[in-house]
Design a protein. Structure first.
Length: 154
């Protein structure tokens, strides 16, 4: 079992924190992926042909059964997964910044771009101390962890 970091108020292992950190770094990619799939593009695959009884037959691959048979449904499911990723991070940001609503955008910049809290605080002129900002970020990752585990009751 991985060690827990109790110092500084962390309630999760370092490995779990890094997992959540990289989950958040995918935010912009997932958002762009979902936006790209907004217009569902369908390209009909070329039919596979086979010869039987002196006659050529054409069959579309994936036609008939299974999930892959409907390209629109497959694309829609992929888009929903990407949007769910974005929604979870946004919900965790809202929950973490409940007391400080003006800190949502600076915190979002920190967790989705990998910039340090100090750099974002200095650039945005956030109205809180750096230690409070680090504590806010810690709270965000705790909330995100609980949401992904399905234990959040906020």
């Amino acid at each position: 079992m991985a060690k827990r970091r109790d110092a500084g108020g962390w309630s999760m292992s370092w490995a779990r924190y890094k997992e959540l950190y990289f989950y958040c770094l995918q935010y912009r990619d997932k958002q762009a992926e979902a936006d790209d799939m907004l217009v569902l593009r369908i390209s009909t695959p070329r039919p596979e042909t086979f010869r039987h009884g002196g006659r050529d037959y054409g069959v579309f691959p994936g036609h008939g059964s299974g999930r892959a048979s409907d390209p629109v449904a497959v694309l829609a499911m992929r888009r929903e997964r990407a949007l769910e990723h974005v929604r979870i991070i946004d919900a965790a940001l809202d929950a973490a910044c409940r007391e400080y609503p003006g800190m949502r955008e600076p915190l979002k910049r920190v967790v989705t771009t990998g910039k340090t809290p100090r750099a974002v605080k200095d650039a945005s002129g956030a109205p809180m101390g750096i230690n409070q900002f680090y504590k806010l970020r810690r709270g965000f990752f705790t909330v995100l962890d609980l949401m992904l585990k399905g234990e959040w009751e906020g």
